[in-house]
Design a protein around this ligand. Structure first.
Ligand SMILES: [Zn+2]
Length: 315
């Protein structure tokens, strides 16, 4: 039996998990992400935490196959991180740096891609060889698995599906600087933005008007409770989401589309709504695709990170 680590590096916490080579998560814990001094303490802190864990369990270095890590920014296949603004990081090779600090081989990927790999391996996409994972959270991220392999892309920007342009008439800018991105309509913030615009444009009575601040969950809850305006807002969201997923499926023709992130907590109404518009916009050859909810929650990144290491360094 060999072991390894899966690490999900976020802007405020680092989630670490220890696995055996059968893919069982044995332990998980968190340490704070210290972003002071250009993020220079982050990797030494991770290495120290790994070392302390092995010492505690009495596991020898020879029993460790490697370390996988998801980072919040673009990473290429050689491990070159190309600026993680949240962490204060510039350009450097994380395989080499974290490898030196831990003494173990390291494989890194972009955090959204790595979470997709986790869902593919142990979550909503289990059993698929081709899968699209879309995280509908504060923003929209994603990851794409083709023939069992994650698409990293040449610049490590593969799977940045949140920045496909859905609306060329949009005048408000997305966080990326463009206008009309998926993220502006299908993220939690995008849904609230659309709700506020919709409410301002109509005099129709709505229970949403009494809520400050309005949240994405409110829109789903009030639609479920029968508020017609909330339901109209969600129809717009579903139309954008269905069109977006139909376009992706025309390119990739996957077995499953897996939806994760905070918005996916809306559950079946979200899947059903997206499906209705998907069926309207999809190319006929892709209509058999399954829609699934992500099932690993916050652990998807750690599972995917370990899977990266297991695929690269496992027996
Ligand atoms: Zn954008």
């Amino acid at each position: 039996m060999k072991y390894g680590f899966g690490i999900d590096l976020g802007g405020t916490t680092v989630k670490l998990a220890f696995f055996n080579d059968e893919g069982t998560m044995l332990n998980k814990w968190e340490i704070p992400t210290v972003t002071a001094d250009g993020g220079s303490r982050i990797l030494p802190d991770i290495a120290a935490s790994i070392r302390a864990h092995l010492d505690k369990l009495g596991i020898a270095d020879s029993e460790v196959l490697g370390v996988g890590i998801g980072v919040p920014g673009p990473v290429n296949g050689k491990g070159v991180v190309n600026k993680c603004v949240n962490l204060g990081w510039g350009v450097f090779n994380i395989h080499e740096e974290l490898g030196k600090l831990t003494g173990f081989p390291v494989k890194a990927g972009n955090d959204a891609n790595v979470a997709a790999l986790g869902e593919y391996w142990k979550g909503g996409g289990q059993g698929c060889e081709n899968m699209i994972f879309a995280t509908l959270g504060t923003g929209v991220g994603g990851g794409i698995v083709v023939d069992g392999k994650l698409v990293h892309g040449v610049h490590g920007a593969g799977g940045e599906i949140g920045h496909l342009v859905l609306n060329r008439e949009e005048t408000e800018p997305c966080g990326c600087g463009k206008c009309g991105c998926v993220e502006q309509y299908c993220s939690a913030t995008g849904i609230v933005r659309m709700a506020e615009k919709h409410l301002a444009a109509t005099d129709a009575p709505s229970s949403l008007r009494e809520l400050f601040p309005l949240t994405c969950k409110d829109v789903f809850d009030h639609a479920a409770a029968g508020d017609a305006v909330a339901a109209d807002i969600l129809e717009k969201v579903y139309a954008y989401l269905g069109e977006f997923l139909a376009d992706l499926c025309a390119v990739l023709d996957p077995e499953a589309v897996v939806l994760g992130g905070g918005v996916s907590k809306a559950g079946l109404p979200l899947l059903d709504g997206a499906r209705r518009y998907f069926d309207k916009y999809a190319f006929h050859g892709t209509k058999g695709v399954r829609f699934e909810l992500a099932s690993l929650g916050n652990d998807a990144g750690a599972y995917g990170a370990f899977k990266l290491a297991l695929s690269e360094f496992g027996a």
